[in-house]
Design a protein around this ligand. Structure first.
Ligand SMILES: Cc1cc2nc3c(=O)[nH]c(=O)nc-3n(C[C@H](O)[C@H](O)[C@H](O)COP(=O)(O)OP(=O)(O)OC[C@H]3O[C@@H](n4cnc5c(N)ncnc54)[C@H](O)[C@@H]3O)c2cc1C
Length: 379
């Protein structure tokens, strides 16, 4: 039976980036259950994938700062952009923050195709288990058994099953007694308690807010939805929210006191938000929609809450809607530089299967690429 130098499990963002940076002299194979490579990358960001962000640092991730920053420095946003530029791809910046492909995600997928011409692909093949017998690994799929000296687990997490996602990465870790944190949905909408059901009535409206969650302030659009609240700022909030309250500033760029001072307008008209939203917020704060200059001291106190509206989510929209998963292989189990298991020599974990999760905005692809690069360079 052939013995590979390296077998990468998963032909997603991290697996492909890793294969692209492994020495071409190595005998490498990639195994994936999908019939095509990079299915998530392909559809992400509306088909133009948001690959990274202007401001990349460990502070935009849930996980161990030191562990994360090593990989982010080893293959930074600048290194990623240089890698793309060398291959003729120049992403565009949206909203002064997010890097997207200009035409489609295929721009990046085609780079991976070219960079992995020396790699053997086994697609449409479900990975079932990994065993280590003496110094060699045996990988069992639904079609065959592979033998290899090194294994890189790049199987991602379990949201979006229709794109090939599974828990196999965690199961492989557990089978070697490597400690994991179970996956839970992240970058996902939040459901509401009955007190905030009024927000459901506003389904389709959005506004720019600041959200305070677990000592972080996140600034972006919030979207009111049938099931609860969503939009970029809420998706990132879901990454840090555990339980209890979050606080929303509905007017982050204004002062409500200044807006209403001496004004003859109705309070709802003085608030620079869609009228339907202003009225609904006033109702929920129990403030009468009177002429601003007639507002009482007690009502003003209540109105000030528009800058720190407290909301205790009931839960989230679940795995089927989550862009990513929190949890994964514990970083304390992995070498910071090589992402190799301390317990099992030559077994590495990269990308989303590791307990590192980024905010919305290109942070998860950046992590997938950076961790893949660190691992590849250590081999
Ligand atoms: C709808 C959507 C949009 C997103 N948009 C963005 C975005 O714009 N920017 C951003 O930064 N992040 C985005 N993400 C998150 C990002 O896609 C992931 O964080 C990233 O793809 C993780 O890379 P990975 O290599 O770890 O895993 P993946 O890219 O998920 O690759 C894992 C691979 O392993 C394979 N696999 C899993 N289990 C098995 C098995 N048992 N047998 C065989 N093969 C298996 C899968 O088929 C898959 O190809 C988005 C996610 C979703 C779902």
């Amino acid at each position: 039976m052939k013995i590979y130098d390296v077998i990468i499990l998963g032909a997603g963002a991290s697996g492909l980036m890793c294969a692209s940076h492994l020495s071409k002299s190595l005998d490498v194979a990639i195994v994936d259950g999908n019939e095509k490579i990079a299915k998530k990358l392909k559809i992400s960001g509306g088909g133009k994938c948001n690959i990274t962000n202007i401001d990349v640092s460990e502070f935009h991730y849930d996980g161990d700062d030191e562990f994360i920053s090593y990989s982010l420095n080893a293959f930074s946003k600048e290194d990623l952009l240089e890698f793309l530029a060398l291959n003729g791809v120049e992403p565009e910046i949206r909203k002064n923050r997010y890097y997207f492909c200009k035409k489609s995600s295929d721009e990046i997928i085609n780079i991976f195709r070219k960079e992995t011409e020396n790699v053997e692909f086994f697609l449409n093949e479900t990975i079932l288990e990994v065993k280590k017998i003496d110094k060699l690994f045996q990988i069992k799929t639904n079609k065959r058994i592979f033998q290899t000296k090194k294994v890189i687990v790049a199987t991602g997490a379990k949201s979006f099953k229709n794109l090939g996602a599974s828990e196999i990465g965690l199961n492989i870790a557990k089978s070697f007694n490597i400690k994991v944190k179970e996956f839970s949905p992240a970058l996902v909408g939040l459901t509401l308690q009955p007190e905030q059901f009024w927000m459901k009535e506003l389904s389709g409206l959005s506004c720019f807010v600041n959200v305070e969650v677990e000592n972080k302030i996140l600034k972006e659009e919030m979207l009111f939805a049938h099931k609860g609240v969503s939009g970029p700022v809420i998706l990132s909030t879901s990454l840090y929210w555990k339980k209890g309250e979050i606080r929303i500033d509905f007017l982050p760029n204004d002062s409500i006191e200044k807006l209403i001072q001496g004004s003859k307008k109705l309070v709802s008209s003085a608030i620079p938000l869609p009228k339907r939203l202003s009225k609904a917020i006033l109702k929920s704060l129990d403030v009468n929609d009177v002429e601003c200059r007639k507002i009482s001291k007690i009502e003003l106190e209540k109105l000030l809450k528009i800058h720190s509206y407290s909301l205790a989510p009931a839960g989230n929209f679940g795995f089927t809607k989550a862009e990513v998963c929190k949890g994964g292989v514990l970083t304390t189990e992995l070498n910071t530089i090589s992402l190799e298991s301390y317990k099992v020599e030559n077994l590495h974990f990269i990308g989303e299967v590791v307990d590192v999760t980024g905010e919305l905005g290109g942070y998860n692809f950046q992590w997938a690429f950076s961790s893949a690069y660190s691992c590849a360079k250590s081999i």
